[in-house]
Write a protein that binds this ligand. Structure first.
Ligand SMILES: Nc1ncnc2c1ncn2[C@@H]1O[C@H](COP(=O)(O)OP(=O)(O)OP(=O)(O)O)[C@@H](O)[C@H]1O
Ligand SMILES: [Mg+2]
Length: 346
């Protein structure tokens, strides 16, 4: 049984990936879920940071309690303090009643602070204290509130760089970075693309009522060759379109909808035909060497290759073999002799 199924039982069917890079992440989830330590998930957009944060909660002893999420970039700085820590009645215009903040809502559960790199500098000391002491005061209040919260933060920014630029406090960064998890971008876990594709094809096949029962190899090759800057979210959206526009039960790429994929198809087919031509040329040259460049006749290259003589001549011309061999290394007298010999065999 994989660690994925042991650990993230409720998430088992939602978190897809068996690459070594992703198994490493799942192993980290298993180990840290049992602790209460602050965890910082870093990774490019769409790599699954929120999904992993939920998995940590689901795999932890806190799973019976709430998973509360707050996106620090979606709320104006002035309101963020109240969102995090709550406010007393009358704390500001419009504060008509006492309100609990997300820290208190997540008591005995998990608080997920998304886009933590966007937390305004002036709020950072208060968050640092809450993380260290598990206590804070509501906005406009004097009573200290104690909580028991496991914090998971996430960002797609380079927090260390923000610290260097003095846009993020170093002490808060070190407090958050107790257990760092780096989510690999999809281009570093290409082996997971087939599994993810099958998963999304089944998911959208069901929800769009368009069952797809096969994915051609060349479609999978294109999906694996693309570098997916938007990571799993981009792949997911792309497969949704592909399922929608596939005319039958075979998955087709919605060419024209995504220029990058169209370009990729062209690149792949160009390099595939280049490779075939190289292999052909290599094989024909090898046989020609063996027959001393005799093309026709008994035991000639055409017979050995199982081709009609004219077909081999045509192929050689197409692959540029004839001209190159005759004009290059041969001494002039032997070349002249061979011309007679070759034309007799042509
Ligand atoms: N391993 C995975 N298996 C299946 N689906 C996944 C996986 N990782 C991510 N997804 C899906 O991809 C989408 C993006 O994931 P998520 O929102 O967790 O990414 P994110 O890193 O938080 O992105 P952002 O930085 O843009 O907020 C979601 O719909 C999520 O369910
Ligand atoms: Mg996110």
């Amino acid at each position: 049984m994989s660690c994925k199924s042991v650990l993230i039982s409720t998430f088992e069917d939602k978190i897809i990936g068996r690459s070594a890079a992703f198994e490493h992440v799942l192993n980290q989830v298993r180990i840290i879920a049992a602790s209460d330590s602050v965890t910082l998930i870093q990774g490019e957009t769409g790599t699954g940071k929120e999904l992993i944060a939920q998995a940590i909660h689901e795999a932890s002893p806190r799973r019976q309690n709430r998973f509360v999420a707050l996106n620090c970039s979606a709320i104006p700085g002035t309101l963020l303090e109240s969102e995090l820590f709550g406010h007393e009645r009358g704390a500001f215009t419009g504060a008509v009643a006492q309100t609990k903040g997300r820290f208190q809502q997540a008591d005995h559960g998990t608080l997920f602070l998304d886009e933590i790199g966007d937390l305004p500098l002036e709020l950072q000391p208060k968050l640092l204290r809450a993380l260290q002491e598990m206590e804070f005061e509501r906005l406009g209040g004097s009573q200290t509130i104690h909580v028991n919260v496991r914090v998971v933060a996430a960002t797609n920014q380079d927090l260390e760089q923000l610290v260097n630029k003095k846009l993020f406090r170093a002490d808060l960064f070190y407090r958050l970075n107790v257990i760092p998890i780096r989510l690999p971008p999809l281009r570093e876990r290409v082996q997971d693309i087939p599994l993810l594709t099958e998963f999304f094809v089944a998911k959208f096949g069901a929800s769009l009522n368009k069952p797809i029962d096969s994915i051609p190899d060349e479609v999978m090759a294109v999906l694996k060759a693309h570098d997916w800057p938007g990571n799993i979210r981009e792949l997911q959206n792309f497969i949704e379109r592909a399922v929608l526009f596939s005319p039958g039960p075979v998955l087709r790429l919605p060419l024209g909808l995504n220029q990058t994929v169209t370009q990729t198809v062209r690149q792949i087919s160009e390099s595939a035909s280049r490779t075939l031509a190289d292999a052909d040329r290599h094989h024909i040259l090898e046989v020609l060497e063996q027959t001393g460049w005799m093309i026709g006749g008994r035991n000639g290259a055409a017979e050995r290759l199982g081709l009609p003589r004219t077909t081999l001549i045509y192929k050689m011309r197409k692959l540029g073999i004839e001209a190159r061999r005759r004009q290059s290394v041969r001494p002039i007298r032997r070349l002249a002799d061979e011309r007679c010999h070759a034309s007799a065999n042509y």
